[in-house]
Design a protein around this ligand. Structure first.
Ligand SMILES: Cc1ncc(COP(=O)(O)O)c(C=O)c1O
Length: 399
């Protein structure tokens, strides 16, 4: 408590540091096998391509001054055009007016919260769901509700459905095409906006690409009468450090979001937008192909290690892409308590409870395979399964 605590807004008073985040600060230790962060493998961050892009952006005074100057809130036009074309390839008939460049897709989630939520309006999410989205929306003091729950009516009625249809963070799940249509029907019935988070959509390792909900929505009556705001990012494909994401949706909502962004940061860093544009134009598909090849091997290594070492009662599903395998432990185990023991053996993961707005999921955990090579995955999964097996036995006999 500080003497100024009583001056804080109710939203600031309700924000708490997560105990798990504090614990996970330890994962920087070199001996640690970390299945915790959902971050790109550093070898995929293509230093050569970025060096070339920075040289290009500072090659002459005219382009360099553009990079160093203030810019428009909407974003660097060539980048918006590139993103619009990328969305078209995914079946969303977007033009540059349908795109707002944001400082990471995390900013897009925050701006969308600001756009749509009043205190106690309802946000509908899958359970579990992305913790960062819960954090962004929470600042606007809504209530959360599950997709299958009866939804409130009146002033608290749902304003938005937040969905991660491809290889979700945290549980790796992919929505079928039917489920995407159903979500759209549900949003129409509730007259709510769909916030479609496509953070991992480029990282598919098996099966066929499925259309984004934004494409199914626009197929009905065009993008301008659609109700989907699609959030995209370059963080999982090119670089998270440059902080470039986007929102794609009907121009009327994009204009409102642009005004809200103006109040937040005027615009996303011009140089970073120009650099990402250069790299995306030169090598987006190639970079995505490299990432898919590496992560597919690591996903398969993690699934194979689980097959070999899992104790009875441990369950998981094969993710078709993304960075995560979601484990469900026997009900009597607590993943938070297990993390403390795992950290002592230099293994890290994220306990699943934090991803549940309803406080459930104590016996679940998220494992990321993006950062560890096959040998580390084998050792890490062996040790983790051994720990889970021993804890499970100890609990079963009442120790
Ligand atoms: C599902 C999901 N959405 C959005 C983000 C935010 O990413 P960024 O702000 O780097 O675009 C993340 C980051 O991990 C994520 O997992």
């Amino acid at each position: 408590m500080t003497p100024l605590d009583f001056r804080l807004s109710s939203r600031a008073r309700s924000i708490k540091a997560s105990e798990i985040r504090e614990l996970l600060k330890l994962v920087g230790k070199p001996s640690m096998i970390s299945f915790a962060g959902g971050i790109p493998d550093p070898t995929l961050l293509s230093v050569g391509l970025f060096q070339e892009a920075w040289r290009h952006v500072f090659a002459g005074p005219s382009i360099a001054r553009e990079a160093l100057q203030y810019s428009t809130t909407e974003g660097y036009l060539p980048l918006r055009q590139w993103i619009a074309q990328h969305m078209q390839q995914r079946g969303v008939p977007a033009g540059a007016d349908n795109i707002l460049v944001t400082s990471g897709s995390q900013q897009a989630l925050d701006l969308i919260g600001k756009l749509l939520l009043d205190p106690s309006s309802t946000v509908v999410t899958a359970t579990p769901t992305y913790l960062g989205a819960l954090q962004s929306f929470s600042a606007y003091e809504p209530q959360f509700s599950g997709l299958d729950a009866p939804q409130p009516t009146g002033p608290g009625a749902p304003r938005l459905l937040y969905l991660v249809p491809d290889f979700a963070n945290p549980d790796g799940a992919t929505m079928s095409k039917t489920a995407r249509h159903q979500a759209l029907d549900q949003a129409r019935a509730l007259n709510a906006v769909i916030v479609e988070d496509g953070a991992y959509s480029a990282l598919r390792y098996d099966g066929e690409d499925l259309p984004p909900i934004a494409a199914l929505d626009a197929a009905m009556g065009g993008i301008e009468s659609s109700r989907t705001l699609y959030c995209g990012t370059f963080s999982k494909t090119l670089s998270p450090g440059l902080r470039i994401g986007w929102v794609c949706g009907p121009a009327a909502l994009i204009r409102k979001l642009t005004l809200l962004k103006q109040g937040a940061d005027l615009h996303t860093a011009t140089t970073n937008q120009m650099v990402i544009h250069h790299v995306a134009s030169a090598a987006y598909d190639e970079q995505v192909a490299r990432a898919r090849a590496l992560y597919r091997i690591r996903r398969d290594a993690m699934l194979a290690a689980l097959e070999r070492h899992a104790p009875p009662g441990l369950r998981w599903k094969k993710p078709e892409g993304g960075m995560f395998v979601w484990l469900t432990l026997p009900d009597h185990l607590d993943a938070g308590a297990l993390l403390r023991q795992a950290l002592r053996q230099d293994i890290a993961f994220v306990p699943g409870a934090a991803f549940h707005p309803d406080g459930a999921g104590h016996n679940t955990m998220r494992l990321s395979f993006s950062l560890c090579d096959e040998a580390q995955i084998e050792i890490g999964i062996f040790k983790l399964c051994d720990l889970i097996g021993r804890q499970s036995m100890a609990k079963a006999v009442g120790v």
